[in-house]
Design a protein around this ligand. Structure first.
Ligand code: GAL
Length: 684
């Protein structure tokens, strides 16, 4: 039974590792957490060797004492199952539980996440430790929920142990039934790859050309990893649902090769995300035009929201981050930690825990800073956490009753992402276009959702939006196309980019004119197409009806041929031998429209479409906002909360038409007001 009310009450908290600290510190630590306004701690997710120092011998004393103190101070506790860090005795005695690289190198004890998902031995040992913990803590008054493992597929998302190869063979047997079907699905007629015995089937192994494999096998590999992860998580979830049905379950992500939607739907009460916004600023591409790296994580948060409309941030960055020899992030400036916290909340977080209470003095993460420094004296970050704690003690109640509101969704799906990891003829485009759209929208203060197209997606899921942008769904099932067609007939607007609809779910190319599955809906065909790179100079397109409206036609060009008289040409190529030919079309279908954009999107071309569709910010007429400020709206039946997040270090001016009040301070605001650098307002 799912706990629908798990996130009804706002909670702020912190990740705490009592096993890292002298016991004398614990009481004071919990006392100060409470003072800061925290109400929840997460513990134990790496503590297997504390709980089971020797195989079969369990001890709970350390955590019993710590949890008793947490309880004494009125803090609630989330327990992490410790399976991300199998102890040395375990991997030494049962090396078959270890992960192995594609080249066959066994990954040994010494970091974390060194196990594989398919070892029967690891299943057995994980089940034992999970059951022991659940039984021990099931009646503890402080415990409210469980985190399964820690960050599935972080560190590594590929698995090639013997157990994985064997399980893959079984998975293929279940999926295909016969070798003939498997051979057909993987197109093994090509290059004489035909399998004549199941024993010949393996996960991809090294081949004569570096990292080159059968593309259909590689796509199935990703599906297999995802299924293996979920099957492994289910072992723990089933035990926890049986022993602690009164507690909620979650896990923290977000990492690759995992259908986190299915994981959450099948096993969890809600999904949790570990938010380190500096990853999007230190990994920025210096050549990217009009970067919005500072709020790149807003786009990721929208993907989390598509998994769980309300979610938890299990780890919110609260200091400079870094491992000893990799990742060396700057310290958050004054106000930045607060900004990031409200960024998470604006996007749907109803529970936020900082990572971590105090910086570790030993181990890989001695530079991954917590709120408190090693010296444990009051510091700026502790004070900032206290300010946030006080604000949310007032504001949290209203916030949790609301949901993020958006009229436009950017579509993604696992098949295309997993296929696109390997297929450079479409994969990189989706990221490029998704980002361009996100930037174009957010700069105009138009909130957007991410929506994952899944076999379970229904018409009413789509009908919540006026506009759907599905940038480059190379793989498109006919069922997906017909669902989108129903959406459009009913008045929706769908926008596709180049490379749409030409592959089936096995990754075979359809023997149909492009855009394959989307041809009917878009009313066009693709006359010819080309990559635009290398010796091919950049191309451009000219938008109809507007003097000088020329934008780049990036990366790939589909030259379009309208096939129906319902199709209007919106832009034409302005260069190369196909100058004058249609580049962008819109097709009227029922009361809606299906657009086809022949290239990879950039901000300027997304801007043209936004303008032509007349899309506006929900704050239009209410607030005047500069570009540096992100707008998010959370809404309930009572009204709207406007989150204004100033991502710049400098103060900015915003204008409030009429009067609004700031939920965080109670201040009444109207007219032109100055919002401080990294400042936040939550207006109602
Ligand atoms: C997360 C992880 C934490 C900690 C943190 C900083 O990925 O869940 O345990 O390692 O990053 O590196």
């Amino acid at each position: 039974m799912k706990h629908k009310d798990a996130l009804d009450e706002f909670r702020l908290g912190v990740c705490y590792y009592p096993e890292h600290w002298p016991e004398e510190l614990w009481d004071d630590d919990f006392r100060r957490m409470k003072e800061l306004g925290f109400s929840v701690v997460r513990v134990a997710e790496f503590a297997w060797s504390i709980f089971e120092p020797v195989e079969g011998e369990f001890q709970f004393g350390l955590f019993d004492r710590a949890l008793a103190l947490a309880d004494k101070h009125g803090l609630k506790v989330i327990i992490g199952t410790p399976t991300a860090t199998p102890p040395a005795w375990l991997t030494h005695k049962y090396p078959e539980v270890l992960n192995v690289t594609q080249e066959g190198v066994m990954l040994r004890h010494g970091l974390r996440r060194h196990y594989n998902y398919n070892s029967k031995k690891y299943h057995e040992l994980s089940a034992i430790i999970t059951r022991k913990l659940a039984e021990h803590f099931k009646d503890h008054p402080a415990v409210i929920g469980w985190q399964i493992d820690n960050e599935f597929n972080c560190e590594i998302g590929e698995f090639y142990s013997q157990a994985d190869h064997d399980a893959f063979r079984e998975w293929c047997r279940n999926k295909y039934g016969t070798l003939d079907k498997l051979n057909e699905a993987w197109g093994t007629v090509f290059w004489s790859q035909t399998y004549s015995d199941w024993e010949q089937v393996f996960l991809p192994r090294p081949t004569p050309a570096h990292k080159q494999f059968n593309p259909h096998l590689v796509l199935d590999e990703k599906r297999f990893i995802s299924d293996s992860t979920i099957a492994y998580a289910k072992i723990q979830a089933d035990i926890l649902r049986e022993v602690v049905p009164h507690h909620w379950l979650t896990t923290n992500g977000l990492f690759g090769h995992l259908d986190s939607h299915r994981l959450t739907d099948d096993l969890l009460d809600f999904f949790s995300y570990d938010s380190y916004p500096q990853f999007s600023t230190i990994h920025y591409d210096p050549n990217e035009e009009n970067r919005l790296a500072d709020r790149g994580s807003s786009q990721t948060l929208s993907a989390i929201r598509s998994i769980s409309p309300s979610f938890c941030i299990m780890e919110q960055q609260s200091g400079p981050g870094g491992w000893v020899n990799r990742m060396d992030m700057p310290s958050p400036k004054p106000g930045q930690m607060r900004l990031w916290t409200y960024q998470s909340i604006a996007h749907g977080a109803n529970m936020v825990l900082y990572f971590r209470w105090r910086t570790a003095t030993v181990g890989t993460e001695i530079y991954w800073h917590g709120i408190n420094d090693y010296h444990n004296r009051p510091n700026r970050r502790v004070r900032e956490a206290g300010q946030i704690g006080a604000e949310l003690a007032q504001a949290g109640g209203w916030i949790t009753s609301t949901r993020y509101a958006a009229d436009i969704a950017l579509l993604r799906d696992y098949d295309n992402e997993w296929d696109g990891e390997y297929d450079v003829w479409h994969g990189p485009f989706s990221w490029q276009s998704g980002k361009a759209w996100f930037k174009a929208l957010t700069r105009r203060h138009i909130p957007s959702d991410t929506l994952f197209m899944r076999p379970e997606t229904t018409l009413s899921d789509l009908e919540r939006y006026k506009v759907l942008v599905y940038p480059h769904p190379a793989i498109m099932r006919d069922e997906t196309a017909s669902l989108l067609e129903q959406y459009v007939r009913g008045g929706g607007i769908v926008i596709f980019g180049c490379r749409t609809g030409y592959k089936d779910e096995r990754g075979h190319c359809y023997m149909r004119p492009f855009p394959g599955a989307a041809a009917e809906l878009t009313g066009i065909s693709v006359e010819e197409f080309t990559m635009v790179k290398g010796s091919r100079p950049a191309t451009s397109m000219k938008w109809e009806g507007e003097e000088d409206a020329v934008t780049r036609a990036d990366s790939f060009n589909d030259v379009l041929l309208p096939e129906r008289d319902t199709v209007e040409v919106v832009a034409r190529y302005a260069s190369d031998y196909y100058a004058g030919k249609p580049a962008v079309t819109r097709n009227k279908v029922g009361s809606g429209e299906a657009w086809y954009f022949g290239a990879v999107f950039n901000e300027a071309s997304a801007g043209q479409i936004i303008k032509r569709l007349g899309l506006e910010s929900p704050a239009a007429g209410l607030l005047e906002l500069p570009e540096q400020v992100e707008l998010a709206v959370r809404r309930d039946d009572e009204g709207s909360l406007y989150f204004l997040l100033n991502f710049s270090e400098e103060p900015v001016v915003i204008t409030v038409e009429g009067e609004k009040s700031d939920l965080l301070t109670g201040a009444k605001l109207s007219g032109a007001i100055s919002l401080e650098g990294f400042g936040v307002l939550v207006l109602s």
